[in-house]
Ligand binder design. Structure first.
Ligand SMILES: [Mn+2]
Length: 343
C-alpha cells in the first residue's frame, strides 16, 4: 500500500538546489542504485546533488558509479553548510543512517523514499510502498512522473545518455532486492519496470553476475568451514555458528558472510536456517540471521529475541559470556524455531 504522495516529494525536489541523498548503512545495490538513479536525473536537471554513504562502496557494486555517472562519497558525518533537502533512501529507521543522521536532521527539508513495511516514521515527508519489490521500483515511478522514460515527450535536458544511466541504476536495484527476479516480492509491475529499464540501459547481464555469482576468495575459503561445521539439531532446522577465529583464518569480514543463512535454509527438507556469528566489535554479542520457507514466520521468533525483520528473513542478537552460554542460547533459539514450525 502506498504511503505518502508523489506530488509532495516532487515539490521538494523541484524547490531544492542542493540535495543530499543518503542510502542506508552497509548500502546494497537497491540503496545505491536508487540513489544513483535519482542523483543522475536531478544532476541532469541542474541540481547540485551529493550521495553520501556510511562506508566505501563494496567491491561487487564498484561498477555502479561508472554506470550512472554518480560518485558515492563515504562520509564521517560532517558538513559546512546544511543542505536544502536531504532524502533518506531505502532506510527504515534513523539508525539505518548511522553517523550521517545529524546531516539528515540539519537539512532545511527532509524526505524518505522506502519500501520497508515495518519501520519508524522518522521523516516529515515519506513516500513508501511495501509492495514495491525494491526502492528502485518507486524511484522509477517517481522519475516517470518527472519526465523520465517518456520517449519524445521527455524534457529537453534529459538526454538518451542520462536516461541510460538512470535506467542502469534502477535495474541494479531491482536485481539486488529480488534475487534476480526470483523472490516472492516480484510483481507484474516489477517486470514491467525492469523491461523498461532494460530497453533504455541495454544488456544488464553483468549486474546479476557481479551481484550474485562472483564470490570473494575469502567467502570461498570460509565455505570449507561452513559446510564442515553446519549441523541439524532437528531434521528440518540447519544451524551454523562461526567463531571470530574461523572468520579470521579465512580472511573473511562480515561482507563475506552474506548469503550463508540462505545456504542453510535452501537445503532439501529444511524449513529454517539459523546462522550465528560474533559481533564485529563487542565481545559476548552474537548476530543471528534467520531464514525460513513458508512453514515458519521467523519475524515473530526474532521479535521474541529482541530483533525483527521479514516473515522469511529476520535477525536478532544473542548475548553469551562463554561457549557454554552460547550453546544454551542457540538451543533456546532452536526450540523457538521448532515451536514456530509446529504451528
Ligand atoms: Mn531495498
Amino acid at each position: 500500500m502506498l504511503t505518502g504522495r508523489f506530488e509532495d516529494i516532487i515539490k521538494l525536489l523541484e524547490q531544492a538546489e542542493r540535495v543530499l541523498l543518503l542510502p542506508h548503512l552497509h548500502a546494497d545495490g537497491d540503496a545505491l542504485g536508487s540513489c544513483g538513479a535519482l542523483a543522475a536525473f536531478l544532476k541532469a536537471s541542474g541540481k547540485q546533488v551529493t550521495v553520501l554513504t556510511e562506508e566505501p562502496v563494496e567491491p561487487k557494486l564498484d561498477f555502479l558509479p561508472g554506470l550512472c555517472g554518480v560518485e558515492f562519497l563515504p562520509t564521517e558525518g560532517t558538513t559546512a553548510e546544511p543542505y536544502d533537502l536531504a532524502v533518506a533512501i531505502d532506510s527504515s529507521a534513523p539508525d539505518r543512517l548511522g553517523a550521517r543522521f545529524p546531516l539528515y536532521e540539519a537539512a532545511t527539508a527532509r524526505a524518505r523514499i522506502d519500501h520497508h513495511a515495518a519501520g519508524t516514521d522518522f521523516s516529515p515527508v515519506t513516500l513508501l510502498d511495501n509492495e514495491w519489490s525494491a526502492t528502485a521500483e518507486g524511484i522509477y515511478l517517481l522519475l516517470h512522473r518527472m519526465g523520465f522514460d517518456r520517449g519524445v515527450d521527455r524534457p529537453g535536458w534529459l538526454t538518451a545518455e542520462v536516461e541510460k544511466a538512470v535506467a542502469g541504476a534502477i535495474y541494479t536495484g531491482l536485481v539486488t532486492d529480488t534475487g534476480c527476479f526470483a523472490f516472492s516480492n516480484v510483481t507484474a509491475q516489477t517486470h514491467l519496470i525492469a523491461s523498461r529499464a532494460r530497453m533504455l540501459a541495454g544488456n544488464m547481464s553483468f549486474v546479476s553476475h557481479r551481484v550474485y555469482e562472483v564470490r570473494s576468495r575469502a567467502y570461498t575459503r570460509l565455505m570449507r568451514t561452513v559446510y564442515g561445521k553446519m549441523y541439524y539439531p532437528q531434521p528440518d532446522i540447519a544451524v551454523l555458528c562461526l567463531t571470530r577465529a574461523e572468520m579470521d583464518a579465512a580472511g573473511a569480514t562480515d561482507v563475506d558472510t552474506d548469503g550463508i543463512s540462505n545456504i542453510l535454509r535452501d537445503i532439501e527438507g529444511v524449513h529454517a536456517g539459523i546462522f550465528v556469528k560474533p559481533d564485529r566489535t563487542e565481545s559476548g554479542v552474537y548476530r543471528v540471521s534467520l531464514r525460513s520457507d513458508e512453514y515458519v514466520n521467523v519475524a515473530l521468533i526474532a521479535k521474541a529475541f529482541g530483533g525483527g525483520g521479514h516473515v522469511c528473513a529476520a535477525g536478532c542478537s544473542l548475548f553469551a559470556a562463554d561457549d557454554a552460554a552460547l550453546a544454551s542460547e542457540v538451543a533456546r533459539l532452536v526450540d523457538a524455531v521448532r515451536a514456530g514450525i509446529a504451528q
